[in-house]
Design a protein around this ligand. Structure first.
Ligand code: SF4
Length: 376
């Protein structure tokens, strides 16, 4: 069993973040090391704190597939739009899904916001509780909860189903599991990174053990991090030191929150009302075992079974991105956001072209909002 290597140097007068930074600067790194973070929250903290510029130039922090809105297949968004427009349901969704555009002919409705402007009943919500409240308050209407998200978002949806929902509420689920996307990258010819910072919130729910395959099967250093700069720098130090010493293990640098085994109640609810399935990631394609779908025992609440599939013929295009949008390669860490030629010109948070510019967890939006300029 490995002792964590993040706790062994006493911190003196400096702030904790400064101390970790000094330790990192003291490491005898001779060559470039690429560290991928998997979480949009991590990316936001890294960018807003200026961590990239504070670190030595040969340490690269690469944003990875950590934005659920960015990878939500466009056929799912199209289906949600059609349910609101054509079937006349009350369509509820987390706020950042409303502005995500899909590819449609000029003049057609291209987002849930546009559907609402056209008269459809589309309502932003902040939690599954609100979805249930809206269904209870509108017993004569059908309510569809378009639930797109990773494990942390899907677990409360699972809990809602287990606790019971009104018969007029169904769920259009677009839930995704994060580790299979990283496994897919690591199984590819060039993963594009040397070390991994694993997502703290996902590990809180599912347990850090899910990420042990990274050092065990791929011999890459890995560390679970929290969301403040100190935790991210501690995780950075850990993976760099593992890298230098040629030993790989999963270091938990978010110990106050991430516990072995994760959250047993949340996992039990996920296991009861959800099943694991292959899933399409927008711009990337199908990844085995990377999705949640509603368990057959809860079929009565599955909007995919309750309504016609509007996307069946027209929109199965493996998650195509808008023309010129590099979002798929941004999500996979193949390019930085500001290497897209539309970044900050045609594509801005006010007028997003691709999903990575819409969500608060999208790398393009985070970078542009933080003042990162176009990389000529
Ligand atoms: S800047 Fe806009 S168009 Fe370019 S990758 Fe990002 S979201 Fe897509």
């Amino acid at each position: 069993m490995h002792m964590p290597i993040t706790m062994d140097t006493p911190i003196k007068i400096m702030t904790e973040a400064q101390a970790w930074l000094e330790r990192i600067k003291g490491l005898p790194l001779k060559h470039r090391v690429r560290i991928m973070n998997v979480c949009g929250g991590h990316e936001r903290s890294v960018t807003l704190s200026g961590m990239r510029t504070a670190l030595p130039a040969n340490i690269e922090i690469i944003p990875g597939p950590g934005c659920p809105v960015c990878v939500c297949p466009e056929e799912d968004i199209y289906q949600a739009i059609q349910l609101a427009v054509t079937d006349g349901v009350i369509l509820v969704a987390f706020g950042d899904m409303l502005r995500v555009p899909v590819n449609v002919s000029k003049g057609d409705i291209r987002s849930l916001v546009e559907a609402r402007a056209a008269g459809a009943d589309v309502r932003p919500i902040a939690s599954p509780i609100e979805a249930r409240q809206i269904a209870t308050q509108n017993p004569e209407r059908q309510v569809v909860f378009f639930a797109a998200g990773f494990e942390t978002t899907t677990a409360p949806v699972a809990a809602m189903l287990v606790e019971g929902v009104p018969t007029n509420l169904s769920v259009l689920l677009s839930g995704r599991r994060t580790w299979p996307a990283v496994a897919m990258l690591l199984d590819s010819e060039d993963a594009g990174f040397d070390c991994l910072i694993a997502p703290g919130h996902v590990a809180t729910v599912m347990g850090p053990e899910e990420w042990e395959f990274v050092p065990r099967e791929h011999q890459l250093p890995a560390a679970v991090a929290g969301f403040n700069t100190e935790s991210l720098l501690a995780a950075t130090y850990s993976v760099l030191r593992q890298h230098l010493e040629g030993r790989q293990f999963l270091d938990n640098c978010y110990r106050g929150v991430v516990r072995p085994g994760g959250n047993p109640d949340a996992k039990a609810q996920l296991g009861t009302s959800m099943a694991v399935c292959n899933a399409n990631w927008r711009g990337i394609g199908e990844i085995p075992d990377s999705g949640f779908c509603i368990h057959p025992d809860y079929a009565a609440n599955d909007a995919r079974l309750r309504y016609d599939d509007y996307s069946a013929e027209q929109r199965r295009r493996a998650g195509q991105m808008p023309p010129g949008c590099d979002c798929a390669r941004v999500v996979l860490g193949r390019v930085y956001p500001n290497q897209c030629k539309l970044y900050g010109t045609a594509c801005t948070p006010r007028n997003p072209i691709g999903p990575c510019m819409v969500s608060d967890e999208g790398a393009c939006r985070i970078w542009l909002s933080s003042g990162v300029e176009y990389a000529a």
